[in-house]
Write a protein that binds this ligand. Structure first.
Ligand code: ATP
Length: 324
C-alpha cells in the first residue's frame, strides 16, 4: 500500500474531523501517502482529491462537521459512477479507501470493493448510533450531550409555567438518542420507534404524573416514533384527550448534528482512525472498524449494514423507574 484515500459521506457527525486527522497522521506515522477526497463519493467521481500530510489536519480535532465536506451522491449508485471513481483513485495513485459515514456509505463502499477489487475499510460515524457491530458510532456522544443541554434549558422554562413540553429528537428509526437523553435529562416519558405502545403509555403516564403531583413535564419523542402522529398532532391529541395542559412543542432539529465533539467522541474517532489504517496495512478489506468493550475490533461491512436492533431493554426499565 503506497497511498490511502479518505472521505466522509452521508450525514455529517461531530468527530468526523478527529477521525480524518487520525487517519492522516497514522498514514504519516507509517510512511504511506494520504489523499483527502472532498465531498464524499460525489467528489471522488468529480476528482476532487488532494494529498494531505500531518500538518494539513492541524487545529481540526475540536471542530464539528467535516473539513473534507460530505455529500450524497446518486451517481455513485450507478456502475458508471463507480467506474469513474475507480479511474480517479487509480490516477491519484490511491490503492485503498477509508470511508467515514453510516450504513449507506458502507453499502456503496461494499459494492465498489466487489466491483473493482479495491480495498475499502469503513469507520462508523453517525449521531444515530444505528450501526451494528460497534458499541458506539462517532458523533453519538456529542449529540446526546447537546440534546441533554437543550432539554435542561427547556425544563427551566417548563417548570416556571407548569407546562408540558414535547421535545422531538433525531435518530431516524433508532431510539438511542431519545432513550438516553430522556434518562439523562429526567424526562417523564420517552417515545421511541422500537416500541409501538407509545400513545397509550404516554396518556397513562401523564395521568399518573398528575396524580403524583408533578407540575411540569418533559416528553422526549424520537423522530421515528411509532405513534403514527407527528409531534404537533401528538400535542393536539393530548390536549383533546386530557385537557388542562399548557402544551408546547420543541423540535431540536439540526443543532443536534453540530458543535465541538465531546472528549469521548474525539478519543473514539482517534482510536477508530488509527485502527482503520492498521487494518488497511494488515491487508484487511471489506471490513468496518468498531469498538466493543473499549477495544478496537473489525467486523465485516455486511455486519455494519445489517442495522440490527441495538435497543437496550434494560434502559427502558431504568427510564420507567426513575421517572416515577
Ligand atoms: P447517515 O447514516 O448519516 O445518513 P449514510 O452513510 O447512511 O449516513 P447515505 O446518504 O445513506 O448516508 O449514504 C451516503 C452515500 O453512500 C450516498 O449518497 C451514496 O453515494 C452512497 N450509497 C448509499 N447507498 C448506496 C447504494 N445502494 N449503492 C451505492 N452507493 C450507495
Amino acid at each position: 500500500i503506497k497511498k490511502i484515500g479518505v472521505l466522509t459521506s452521508g450525514g455529517d457527525a461531530p468527530g468526523m474531523n478527529a477521525a480524518i486527522r487520525a487517519v492522516v497522521r497514522s498514514c504519516a506515522y507509517h510512511g504511506v501517502g494520504c489523499a483527502g477526497i472532498f465531498r464524499g463519493y460525489q467528489g471522488l467521481i468529480e476528482n476532487d482529491i488532494e494529498d494531505l500530510d500531518a500538518r494539513s489536519v492541524r487545529n481540526i480535532i475540536s471542530r464539528g462537521g467535516t473539513f473534507l465536506k460530505s455529500a450524497r451522491s446518486n451517481e455513485f449508485k450507478t456502475p458508471e459512477g463507480r467506474k469513474k471513481a475507480y479511474d480517479n483513485l487509480k490516477a491519484a495513485g490511491v490503492d485503498a479507501l477509508i470511508v467515514i459515514g453510516g450504513d449507506g456509505t458502507f453499502t456503496g463502499g461494499l459494492l465498489f470493493e466487489k466491483e473493482h477489487d479495491f480495498p475499502v475499510v469503513g469507520i462508523p460515524a453517525t449521531i444515530d448510533n444505528d450501526i451494528s457491530g460497534t458499541d458506539f458510532t462517532i458523533g453519538y456522544d456529542t449529540a446526546l450531550n447537546t440534546v441533554v443541554e437543550a432539554i435542561d434549558k427547556i425544563r427551566d422554562t417548563a417548570s416556571s409555567h407548569n407546562r408540558l413540553f414535547l421535545v422531538e429528537v433525531m435518530g431516524r428509526d433508532a431510539g438511542a438518542i431519545a432513550l438516553n437523553s430522556g434518562i439523562g435529562a429526567g424526562a417523564e416519558e420517552i417515545l421511541i420507534p422500537e416500541e409501538d405502545e407509545g400513545i397509550d403509555r404516554l396518556i397513562s403516564s401523564l395521568k399518573k404524573s398528575e396524580k403524583s403531583g408533578k407540575t411540569s413535564s418533559i416528553i422526549v419523542v424520537a423522530e421515528g416514533d411509532k405513534s403514527g402522529k407527528n409531534i404537533f398532532e401528538l400535542a393536539e391529541f393530548i390536549d383533546s384527550t386530557l385537557g388542562g395542559y399548557d402544551i408546547r412543542v420543541s423540535v431540536l432539529g439540526h443543532i443536534q448534528r453540530g458543535g465541538s465533539p465531546s472528549c469521548f467522541d474525539r478519543v473514539l474517532a482517534s482510536k477508530l482512525g488509527v485502527g482503520a489504517v492498521d487494518a488497511v496495512l494488515d491487508g484487511k478489506r471489506n471490513i468496518m472498524i468498531g469498538i466493543h468493550h473499549q477495544k478496537v475490533i473489525t467486523v465485516s461491512l455486511e455486519t455494519g449494514i445489517k442495522g440490527e436492533d441495538k435497543f437496550d431493554r434494560d434502559l427502558r426499565r431504568v427510564a420507567d423507574i426513575t421517572s416515577i
